[in-house]
Design a binder for this molecule. Sequence first.
Ligand code: PMV
Length: 319
Amino acid sequence: MRYYASAPGKVILAGEHAVVYGYPALVAALNLRSTACVETVESREIEVISDRWGRALFPLEGSREEHELFPVALVARKLLSESRAALGLRIMLSSEIPAGAGLGSSASTFVATASALCAALGLEPDLGGIREAAMEGERRVHWNPSGVDVEVALNGGVLLYRRGQAPERALLSSPLRLVLGFSGVPKRTGDMVKVVAEFSKQSPEIFSVCMESIAGIATRLAHSLPRGDLEESGWLMNVNHLLLTILGLSTAQLDGMVAACLSSGALGAKLTGGGGGGCIVCLSRPGEEERVSEAIRGRGGEPLVAEVSLEGVKTWREG
Ligand code: PMV
């Protein structure tokens, strides 16, 4: 029997980085997913095969910590030890989400993996257990993760998320399409989180003004988007981008793509996720996505039109 699960990637609409410090972030699941397929095997090892990172074998304890796929093995080890099963595992991974783009590819992979593993090992697939196991992987990849990526991969939809609290769902009145622009520069979120930690030490007063302002933006956007007020929503995203720039998270290329999107008629644009590379997210009037995509291309970025998806993690089995 093969056990499958898939989970969505995400885009942060407002509040990245501030969410690490306990402020709210508004995050949306995308119709781009990662999928995990799990089989139990006799040999007492964890084999991980990924369309992106190749194949690796991990023992049930210790070693190979530097390998890109090691965090997946950590998720598997946690659930194997909970199940007390004397088994090995084969985990096959694929993803539609670009890596290092700030679109939640790692969290969606960990959530899908944890979910498929719970099914394969006969563990009760409750969201809390899947969340805990997925965070094992996230903590390895990111430095001090807020948990926002894992939460939206579990639940789907648009969430106002605050660290350690149950997320509030924002219900959109109509489907929402967003234009993403990938700079082509992958970045490590943990390094960018450290940039902000350094800023907070150097300039604590400016840091706290930025944090309070970003929190206000995320909360207000959680009302303006469901109301369908695209003008106000776009403006809030623009202000959020400026605040992230003050914190040292933007780059000339990200700023260039944001400016080009706004000149092409977009209502709002900002860097999304860790910054320092990765992606921008852009809000445009319905039907204007192609014009905005062209503006991103003109600045050397890769555009991607994605839809907000209501579907969180889902599991199935075959064979
Ligand atoms: O993984 P990314 O690049 O989408 O960033 C996640 C958002 C941060 O707020 C920068 C980090 C976090 O853990 O919330």
